[in-house]
Design a protein around this ligand. Structure first.
Ligand SMILES: *Cc1c(COP(=O)(O)O)cnc(C)c1O
Length: 431
């Protein structure tokens, strides 16, 4: 069990969370290595080992620290990066180039240069102009690179508008319009500088229904066939993106196979009918690998009981370490880690310390009566928490600790005030 209650305290992967809060200070991000490794084992059992010629690329943007990328490397997965900074992080831990894939809707020249010089496995091209930039870099460096096209399959997905990406009106992907897509494909096939290997889509995030992946796959397969018919060119790799939903509060968690089995069935069936070998199939999960493996610990400060309205319990972090409630109205749940054995007879709203009324972490949650000094644990903060953290109000970004079977390992130190000021300059004429 990842979670246990011992002596009234919450234990996480064998570690007492109240002691962790004391040892490292709060706010604190804590990740269970056991949980991450269990997710990776599920990816192996339900996808990698079940179907040959498949790959999993961890979407680094969900949580992209050096130790995490090293772990992904050691587990033998690929990594999907979306910026020069994420790419640099992968390079800095010696991530093998051929297992790096580079996504993003506006890759900068310097980012592409870094990627091509390092020799990344694939660049997933997200616009017509990008191909020309890549060709230019390949010409100058004398290196050839594998590319895929990210397309917009034009399907809608049932999730928050800000995290849908597959519908037609989107900043992501190349539209599949006849006059846009096929000339781009032809350019890629003919280019002496790139190796055009396949197509990619990513329909959205935090999905619980496989309908949008399946709908997008049908669109994709249609175009794969069109490309074969028009150019006698065989697409060798298809990438189905990520977006597999996780449990934050009471969502119905689906096994990965709920998504991957019908997708693989359809792909296999399609190629069997054609009498062709099926292409490599890649998925790019982010949230589903790290989301539920992470918790955030906070210390309670001020408590404001507004008679007949609401009881606000302020903690020492907030939207700076978890922007998702403010950004997407994301819902979380939590507990008082040092009062696990007491009845939940109080209803409170847990808010952060930032100067924004929207800085609320959990609205209306039942907990034992909170007091200043209590340790609050918010669950399922492992994805898009640390990676979206900011220094708003000049709050330092919290530390990150990995835990496994009772042992704790610091992997990111808490930012200091000095760290935050490192790049700031007061012009000499002001002094
Ligand atoms: C964000 C993203 C992912 C991962 O999404 P999750 O919901 O975290 O699984 C995968 N691929 C691409 C291209 C993305 O932008």
């Amino acid at each position: 069990m990842i979670y246990e209650e011992k002596g009234g305290r919450l234990h996480f992967d064998g570690c007492d969370t109240v002691s962790l809060a004391k040892k490292y200070g709060t706010p604190l991000y804590v990740y269970s290595l056991t949980d991450i490794q269990n997710r990776i084992a599920e990816l192996r059992d339900d996808f990698l080992d079940k179907y040959d010629n498949t790959r999993v690329a961890y979407a680094a943007k969900a949580f992209s620290t050096s130790a995490m990328l090293k772990l992904i490397d050691k587990e033998g997965l690929s990594v999907d990066v979306v910026s020069g900074g994420e790419l640099y992080t992968a390079i800095s831990v010696g991530f093998p180039a051929e297992r790096i894939e580079f996504n993003g809707n506006n890759k900068l020249y310097e980012e592409l240069l870094l990627a091509i010089e390092y020799g990344v496995g694939r660049i997933i091209v997200d616009g017509i102009e990008e191909l020309q930039i890549i060709e230019g870099i390949c010409e100058v460096t004398g290196k050839k690179t594998n590319i895929m096209y990210r397309v917009t399959p034009g399907v809608k997905s049932e999730t928050h508008e800000y995290i849908t990406t597959g519908k037609k009106d989107s900043k992501f992907g190349i539209p599949l319009d006849e006059e846009v897509f096929y000339p781009a494909v032809e350019d890629a096939i003919r280019s002496p500088w790139v190796n055009f290997i396949g197509l990619h889509f990513h329909v959205g995030s935090q999905l619980f229904d496989n309908g949008s992946h399946l709908g997008a796959l049908d669109v994709l397969l249609h175009h794969v066939d069109e490309i074969r018919n028009r150019f006698s060119f065989e697409i060798r790799e298809i990438n189905l993106g990520g977006g597999f939903g996780i449990r934050y509060t009471d969502e119905p968690r689906r096994p990965l196979s709920y998504f991957t089995d019908p997708l693989m069935d359809r792909i296999k069936g399609h190629y069997k009918e054609l009498g062709l070998d099926r292409p490599t199939v890649v998925i790019e999960p982010g949230r589903s690998i790290v989301g539920e493996a992470g918790i955030t610990l906070y210390t309670v400060g001020n408590i404001k009981d507004i008679e007949g309205v609401r009881k606000y319990v302020s903690v020492d972090g907030g939207m700076t370490d978890n922007i998702r409630p403010a950004l997407y109205q994301a819902r979380y749940t939590g507990v008082i880690a040092n009062k696990m054995d007491l009845g939940k007879d109080d209803k409170v709203t847990i808010c952060g310390k930032c100067c924004e009324s929207g800085d609320i972490l959990i609205k209306d949650i039942n907990v034992p009566s909170p007091e200043s000094g209590d340790v609050i644990c918010v669950f399922s903060t492992g994805a898009y928490g640390h990676s979206m953290a900011s220094n708003y109000n000049k709050n330092p970004i919290p530390a990150v600790v990995f835990v496994k079977e009772g042992k704790d390992y610091l992997v990111v130190k808490r930012q200091t005030y000095q760290d935050m000021l490192r790049n700031e300059i007061v012009p000499s004429w002001m002094i």
